[in-house]
Design a binder for this molecule. Structure first.
Ligand SMILES: [Zn+2]
Length: 346
């Protein structure tokens, strides 16, 4: 059983709990005589999410474990340390919540989910109500009601049609995913329309408690600020790189803290603040510190060779060996060139 707990209770934490199926939402199931099979529904072609065994940016050696640990520590001091609770909600609830969260805010999607749960005591009831307009009516506050209702119905029908034996008392269920491998869960969930890699990564991390690191708008923006990924990196590329680089045991707190920080920090928010600021940005000095360290490693440490003389080049610690060592004092122009060079890697 699981619930996100931070040291300080904050509105966004509550929203995350509710959005991702980790909050206190009453769930009721009823047993009914089934009338199956339903008609097959279209599924997406079998593309899958790549495993965390490679990165599209092999020359980017950041973040390293020390950087990850430092960022988690600094942000925990500001926002509170995220810890998993003891209560876990049904996997299917989490999936439906993420579908309802598309193109709307956390607050409104939570309202739509609560409306759906209030209107229908069970997922079987939702399945059987499709076509009556009642589902769309229940979730209309979140927008795209027809599309979301269709995607939810397709998942319920898929479970009842393809996995009926795993649906207790005819109630659609994805609880059996808890016993499956992460790779299997990804391949299974990516089949559905309305469920993308980010949604799956969130379900895996928050609900199934796997070592996943979802990359959303906030995470992507801050990762670029910290030069963990190239400035031109896409969310998909960053997902692959960061899941490869971030220490598994710190993926959960780092994700939660970056999202929280992206909502509250004027320096690190991509757009306007979604929540009140909690204090000065602790990553500001980190940016400078990391850049200074990266620069000094490339410029201020001429390497001695076997003859006792210094060499004019050393290998860039991001994997590039084209950066010349500067033995003369640095200047703002040189520093800028080095940083531009770093930006070009990957
Ligand atoms: Zn910040």
């Amino acid at each position: 059983m699981q619930k996100i707990n931070l040291v300080k209770a904050e509105p966004s934490h509550v929203a995350n709990q509710l959005l991702l199926g980790t909050g206190e939402v009453p769930v009721q199931y009823t047993s009914k005589v089934h009338s199956f099979p339903p008609p097959p529904m279209p599924l997406k072609n079998g593309k899958s999410i790549e495993k965390h065994s490679a990165t599209p940016f092999p020359k980017y050696l950041h973040p390293d474990p020390e950087e990850v640990k430092l960022v988690v520590s600094l942000l925990s001091q500001l926002h509170g340390r995220p810890t998993r609770g003891e209560h876990v909600f049904p996997v299917l609830d989490s999936i439906v919540r993420t579908i309802l969260s598309q193109n709307t805010t956390d607050k409104i999607s939570q309202k739509a989910f609560m409306s759906l749960k209030t209107s229908f005591p069970s997922w079987r009831d939702v399945y059987e109500a499709y076509g009556s307009g009642r589902i769309e009516e229940a979730i209309k506050c979140g927008g795209l009601a027809e599309l979301k209702a269709k995607n939810i119905h397709n998942i319920l029908a898929y479970l009842l049609y393809e996995h009926f034996r795993r649906c207790p008392d005819g109630e659609p269920s994805y609880e059996w995913l808890r016993n499956e491998s992460t790779a299997f869960c990804k391949a299974e969930l990516i089949k559905h329309n309305g469920i993308g890699p980010k949604t799956i990564s969130c379900v895996l991390m928050f609900n199934l408690m796997r070592d996943e690191f979802p990359v959303d708008t906030h995470v992507l923006h801050i990762a670029k600020m910290l030069r963990w990924v190239p400035s031109t990196a896409s969310a998909e590329q960053s997902y692959a790189h960061l899941n490869f680089r971030v220490t598994s045991s710190l993926k959960y707190p780092l994700h939660v803290l970056l999202v929280e920080h992206g909502k509250r920090c004027p320096r690190c928010a991509k757009r306007s603040l979604q929540l009140p600021q909690e204090g000065p940005c602790p990553l500001q000095n980190l940016h400078d510190k990391l850049l200074d360290e990266a620069y000094s490693k490339r410029t201020a440490e001429p390497l001695g060779n076997q003859n006792g003389t210094t060499t004019s080049k050393r290998e860039c610690d991001l994997g590039c060996n084209m950066l010349p060592i500067k033995t003369e004092p640095e200047t703002p122009v040189k520093r800028r060139k080095v940083l531009q060079h770093l930006d070009m890697q990957g």
